[in-house]
Ligand binder design. Structure first.
Ligand code: F6P
Length: 321
């Protein structure tokens, strides 16, 4: 193998750059020319594919976002569109591709593998919703942003004897909310996997009011409630002066944490090693402390992680029941 390309796809995530850098450096270390595809699958179609150099790799490790750009390209599901991608890659004699992104990106990678381009997927999303990996690139940094934000919100909540509703991103996955709430002692947690009704939330906040809690944090994952309306109703029905904050895209940016860079680098090295070993259509995941390669198809059909015990345990100690 002489040429490997790399792209980032879907929502940007801190640590993607460290993974890109690791792929570039591992390729050079094995006498392979690395190529960068700009703006995800879109760059394969528009032929924005250029040679990477080692200085570029060294300059991006600490940066947030993805410096090679990302885009969502629903049209990539169409075979005709993918054929253009394969043609452009083959023209440059690129026979392998590392795709960093969420599970939407893997479907494209799996299909490209069947069309003669060996693809390896790396889990890159703040949501931690790739079920066959314990950790996704971006999760640790986003989690730290969530924790710092809730800590800051707690200062005001304590100062003013308030209840604060905090809405946390994660698409359909509650991990950022669960882990963030656990790390900050948020009293009430509601996610898609472990939902609460509005009435249950209000009843829990009322219980906390009876116990003279100085402040209450209600951590809710996105798409569950209208956070502003929920805060208003809590105010009307519990007596707590209440406010809401939607953390939103602030969770996606920022410098990657040390652990993020560490694992992203390990993921990147491992991806190139797998390609050199002749593997294809693999999705790399973290299993405990071990990197593993699983076939993309089984990854896409795996059952979601069951965190019931974690929810029960944290609710019990934070007296949000
Ligand atoms: O997948 C990452 C994520 O930030 C989700 O948490 C969120 O639901 C979605 O992307 C937002 O997407 P966009 O940036 O396209 O609005």
């Amino acid at each position: 193998m002489k040429n490997i390309a790399i792209l980032t796809s879907g929502g940007d995530a801190p640590g993607m750059n460290a993974a890109v850098a690791a792929v570039i450096k591992t390729a050079f270390a094995n006498n392979i020319q690395p190529w960068i595809v700009q703006d995800g699958y879109k760059g394969l179609i528009t032929n924005q594919i250029s040679k990477a150099d080692i200085k570029f790799a060294d300059s991006i490790v600490s940066r947030g976002g993805t410096v090679i750009g990302s885009a969502r390209l629903p049209e990539f599901k169409e075979e005709k569109v993918r054929e253009v991608a394969v043609k452009n890659l083959k023209k440059l004699k690129i026979e392998a591709l590392v795709v960093i992104g969420g599970d939407g990106s893997y479907q494209g990678a799996e299909k490209l593998s069947k069309m003669g381009i060996n693809c390896i997927g790396l889990p890159g999303t703040i949501d931690n919703d790739i079920v066959s990996s314990d950790l996704t690139i971006g999760f640790d940094t986003a989690l730290n942003t969530v924790v710092n934000s809730i800590d800051a919100i707690r200062d005001t909540a304590d100062s003013h004897n308030r209840c604060m509703v905090v809405e946390i991103m994660g698409n359909a996955c509650g991990d950022l909310t669960l882990f963030g709430a656990t790390a900050t002692g948020a009293e009430v947690i509601a996610t898609k996997e472990s939902p609460l009704t509005k009435e249950e939330i209000i009843s829990q906040v009322n219980e906390l009011k009876k116990r003279n809690h100085r402040s209450v944090i209600v951590a809710v994952s996105e798409k569950q409630f209208n956070a502003e309306e929920l805060a208003k109703e809590i105010m009307q029905k519990t007596g707590y002066d209440s406010r809401h904050t939607v953390l939103g895209h602030i969770q996606r940016g920022g410098k990657p944490t040390a652990m993020e860079r560490y694992w992203a680098t390990r993921f990147g090295i491992y991806a190139v090693e797998q390609l050199i070993a002749g593997k294809s259509a693999l999705y790399i995941g973290l299993d405990g402390n071990t990197l593993v390669g699983r076939d993309i198809e089984s990854t896409l059909n795996a059952a979601p992680k069951d965190r019931t015990q974690e929810y029960d345990a944290i609710r019990k100690i934070n007296k949000g029941v």
